[in-house]
Design a protein around this ligand. Structure first.
Ligand SMILES: Nc1ncnc2c1ncn2[C@@H]1O[C@H](COP(=O)(O)OP(=O)(O)OP(=O)(O)O)[C@@H](O)[C@H]1O
Length: 224
């Protein structure tokens, strides 16, 4: 099976004021179509790891591969391109631009990538909204839709550049159980029907237990 993301011997230290070894020899792979979750107690290093895997943090030791290409050590311009093209993000808070319409919000990462015309991007964005059953919200201002709807819009936005992997940091942390189930089911469908990989940090055991694999972290290490 194809590997979409691979971390090899990732070590990370914080140096303020004393040296703190926060990530200790992290090794794992995420395969194409795999739905994996990362769990662990508060402070064990989940967000720090996700920050590295998502290429936002470059101050670490080890190797990171995205779609079998070594990306650790790349310059910031290349990393920004790879991040935009290959990774979709869903956070606890949706970070939609409230003055923009839903459609405009979903289009933004594709405009940033700059590989398609406005019309193509608009068409793609409508397709993503349809996929998530929220096409009727397209022309609405982002501030005027519900919390659960906003999170579905955030997923549509994460999908707009057809990434290989979706990374989430507590994407259901701010949702009630009905909307959290909804987001889980969307992720599950994306993994099963679209062969998309998902790597989701969560504190929600019910959510994690339903994923294909739980990556359990403790004190900066992955438990095997
Ligand atoms: N910039 C920083 N400088 C020093 N230490 C930091 C920094 N950021 C995080 N840490 C420490 O690194 C450890 C891991 O933090 P991290 O945020 O990755 O944990 P987490 O598992 O995501 O926690 P939570 O579940 O509460 O979000 C913690 O002990 C934290 O205090």
């Amino acid at each position: 099976m194809t590997t979409v993301l691979e971390a090899k011997h990732i070590n990370k230290y914080f140096k303020n004021p004393v040296l703190f070894h926060v990530l200790k020899d992290i090794n794992f792979q995420v395969k194409k179509g795999e739905f994996a979750s990362i769990m662990g107690k508060s402070g064990c290093g989940k967000s720090t790891l996700l920050y590295i895997l998502s290429t936002m943090d470059t101050d670490y030791e080890g190797e990171l591969y995205l779609d079998n290409k070594l990306i650790s050590g790349s310059d910031s311009e290349h990393l920004s391109y790879m991040r935009n093209k290959h990774i979709g993000f869903v956070f606890q808070f949706h970070y939609l631009l409230s003055e923009f319409t839903i459609l405009e919000n979903v289009m933004l990462p594709a405009k940033k990538l700059g590989e398609k015309s406005y019309q193509e991007i608009e068409h793609d964005a409508m397709e993503k909204l349809k996929m998530l059953n929220i096409e009727h919200l397209a022309k609405k201002q982002a501030s005027r839709v519900s919390g659960g709807e906003k999170q579905r819009v955030a997923i549509a936005r994460a999908l707009i550049n057809n990434p290989s992997i979706i990374m989430g940091d507590e994407p259901t942390g701010n949702l009630d159980s009905h909307n959290a189930d909804n987001v889980f089911n969307i992720f599950k469908r994306l993994s099963e029907e679209e062969d998309l990989s998902l790597l989701i940090v969560t504190h929600d055991e019910d959510f994690a237990n339903k994923t294909d694999r739980i990556i359990q972290m403790e004190d900066g290490k992955i438990l095997l």
